[in-house]
Design a protein around this ligand. Sequence first.
Ligand code: GLY
Ligand code: MN
Ligand code: MN
Length: 464
Amino acid sequence: MFDKQVYVNRRLNLRDKIRSGIILITGNNESPMNYPSNTYRFRQDSNFLYFFGLDLPGFVGIIDIEDGKDSIYGNDFTLDDMIWMGPQPKVKELAEKVGIQCTHPMRELGSTLQRAIRNGRRIHFLPQYRADNILMIDRLMGISPGLVSQYASVELIKAVVTIRSVKEDVEIAELDKASDVGYLMHTTAMKLTKPGITEQELVGAAEGVAIGKGYMTSFPIILSQNGETLHNHDHSQILTPGRMLLMDAGAEIGSHYASDNTRAFPVSGSFTPIQKDIYTIVLNALNRGIELCKPGVTYQSIHLEAAKVIAQGLTDIGIMKGNVDDAVANGAHAMFFPHGLGHMMGLDVHDMEDLGEDYVGYDDEISRIDQFGTASLRLGRRLQKGFVLTVEPGIYFVPALIQKWEDEKINSSFINFDKAAELIGFGGIRLEDDVLVTEKGNRLLGSKRIPVTIEEVEKIVGKG
Ligand code: GLY
Ligand code: MN
Ligand code: MN
């Protein structure tokens, strides 16, 4: 938890952006795994964490614009709770740590909201992603569960996105720490890589780095020799010499700030000539993408620039053909690079995605491009100092996609399908780094960059 003034200032900032009414920020509750008292690891809602700081289940935060009070609703622990969980602080003591004097038992939330509704006041709440909170809004405000997301306040969503998009210095320090743990997760897996073990053993070792520090991963680890499946969570294969292995993983540290990096490396520890060629193109796209990140530049333009580096590289080795600018304008690169270049990162690995991707990544000026591949770009808008985002280009050989485009002659003037088909079985290469946009440009998060050049990768893989 940060100093209480951090939370006081954040709530003041939010008040300034909402004209009138009551802001309701729901915290998360425990989530049962297979019976009520056997729960998943608790994860607080990121908006509640951001504005109210308490990392415990069972709270709701209220910011009343007109009466100027911030309140926390939640119940004190009972004696029974303390028998099972040990001594616990009172809600009042917890609230004081985040600069709040008004606390109420949860049963009073309904009357507070009902009174506001009777007085014709607007209750602003954010989109909800957990069933228990959707049902609570139904119960207390009479909005049927299927309509809750439609009643979310766009004014509040936009205000929260504006505030959370620009990271404070205290947040940047946490993001640096998360990246340092991510560095250890990746280098541990790289060192332990060797033919004959399973992918799952590397997943366990990487996840163990985070868990051993009391942390967790920021999303389920993606690790596979079939790196062409973008979010591959099947880790059952045995590592085989000659194949590439892709690992996309990050840490979520105790403050819940995230990291998110991808590396791809040869199982044997040395690249074959074609692996080196494809890897070098992706690395050039990564470095070009990072180089372009600075305030005032749209991330959509950086995505398209990275796409051109990929199309140029593939043209140079005969897999694509024709004019590179035309190829990218027609979306031909997307057969190999079918996803976006990156996303915002912070308390969530895809930061604020619960609020709606378009609110986070786009605005009145920049809208999503509706073309296969680029349509998946989560962040398009103009960068500002303090934004934290990922840069993650990739090249993949997806058999079903190559087959479809070849059968339907999609972009056939830009693709040498015979050459592409030869690389079915190659897998995929993605490289991902986390970037802080600074006043004049950017810097990578964390104290060290995870090995990324061909020489660095060959030096570390298998040296565990
Ligand atoms: N964790 C998936 C991604 O890189 O966005
Ligand atoms: Mn990732
Ligand atoms: Mn990512």
